[in-house]
Design a protein around this ligand. Structure first.
Ligand code: KG4
Ligand code: ZN
Length: 365
């Protein structure tokens, strides 16, 4: 029988510095004792995106205190945790170095094992913490750095069914916002403007719709937005709203087609799994209500459960890193050696080919 386990998690792969203490009981239920996240949004917003050097410095300045705070809120000391889990990739290398080195130092000083966690695995396993989901299931990860449809068969068993061949979805929102003069991060700004817009005014392209492969492409959409904006300039607020609404509609239709095919494939590959199959959404773009609505409707139509974990666990956090460590520890996967190295690129599915253009903006998720 798996014993009760408690882990300190550390996340520094992008622009959130985070620490958390999470427990897993013998039945596999999770208990989040603390969840501390410090966003660097203010440091980066003036630059319209994440600046790696600024991010790494900000992690160095904040991480020690954040870990102390996470332990304090959890009312435990380092002696009370069974292991340390730190993100070791993929992401911005400076930040990864800070988090992993800190994790190693604590592990060494406290005499605890270290788990070097893949950030994407954290996203992929979150729904087991929040909803006790059993394998297999599908995860749609849509963030500023990644757009992937992942089959999760078990801990450490992932198959990438689709990825973007150019921009990540969050990146498409951010770039579109920038060219329309909206603030960073672009997703919330585009969603806000779209509320008052006419989604039928512009017929933007929906790349790859109709193709059997499950990949995504968003750079053509962004280019079409730019051309439209130039053609009708100067833009009134109504024009911007109409563009945003039409842009979101094109994305909704794209997701409907791509993910719809993914759900069909899942049903073919796993005709009987004992319970209703599930699609989980993760990543910052999961905040978008229109896209959530599209995915919910798609799941209803196809007989799937749609699982959207609380937003704080969809975006980057250390709870998911601690949980991934707990999952690995619980099934007896050995900890990592203290000379383990961070990896800016680290695909979850090592067999998946690298697609052209993928990861241009760094391999963050
Ligand atoms: O997962 P996340 O917080 O950070 C990483 O990318 O690691 O995702 C951030 C991304 C940004 O590109 C942001 O524009 C997008 O998520 N985003 C949204 C919304 N809120 C955040 N995109 C669309 N609609 C939103 N409401
Ligand atoms: Zn992420």
């Amino acid at each position: 029988m798996v014993p009760f386990l408690r882990i300190l998690g550390i996340e520094t792969s992008c622009d959130e510095t985070a620490a958390a203490v999470v427990e897993r009981d013998a039945e596999g239920h999770a208990n989040v004792l603390s969840d501390v996240v410090l966003s660097q949004l203010d440091e980066h917003s003036a630059y319209g995106g994440v600046v790696p050097e600024i991010a790494a410095r900000a992690h160095v300045e904040a991480l020690d205190e954040l870990i102390e705070e996470a332990l304090k809120r959890a009312k435990v000391s380092l002696a009370d945790v069974d292991a340390i889990a730190a993100t070791s990739g993929p992401g911005l290398i400076g930040g990864l170095l800070v988090g992993l080195m800190t994790g190693k130092a604590i592990a060494k000083a406290a005499g605890k094992p270290l788990y070097a966690v893949n950030h994407l695995e954290g996203h992929a396993l979150t729904a087991r913490l929040t909803d006790g989901l059993s394998f297999p299931y599908l995860v749609l990860l849509v963030s500023g750095g990644h757009t992937q449809l992942i089959l999760v068969r078990g801990v450490g068993q992932y198959q990438r069914w689709g990825t973007t061949i150019d921009d990540a979805l969050g990146e498409a929102f951010d770039k579109t916002a920038k060219l329309l003069g909206l603030p960073y991060p672009g997703g919330p700004a585009v969603e806000r403007m779209a509320r008052d817009g006419n989604a039928g005014r512009f017929d933007f392209p929906r790349p790859l719709v109709g193709e059997t492969r499950l990949d995504f492409s968003f750079s053509g959409l962004k280019t079409a937005v730019r051309q439209t904006a130039q053609e009708i300039a100067p833009l009134s607020d109504q024009d911007v709203s109409d563009i945003c609404a039409s842009f979101q509609r094109a994305i909704s239709r794209t997701l409907k087609d791509r993910i719809g095919r993914g759900l069909q494939r899942f049903k073919t590959e796993f005709p009987v799994i004992g319970e209703k199959p599930a699609l989980v959404v993760a990543g910052g773009v999961a905040a978008n209500l229109e896209l959530r609505g599209t995915l919910q409707a798609l799941c209803d139509k196809n007989g799937f459960r749609f699982i959207a974990p609380p937003l704080s666990l969809c975006t980057d956090n250390a709870v998911m890193i601690a949980w991934a460590g707990l999952e690995r520890m619980a099934i007896g996967i050995a900890p990592d050696p203290l000379d383990v190295q961070p990896r800016s690129r680290w695909p979850l599915d090592s067999k998946a080919e690298t697609l052209i253009g993928f990861g241009k903006r760094g391999a963050k998720a």
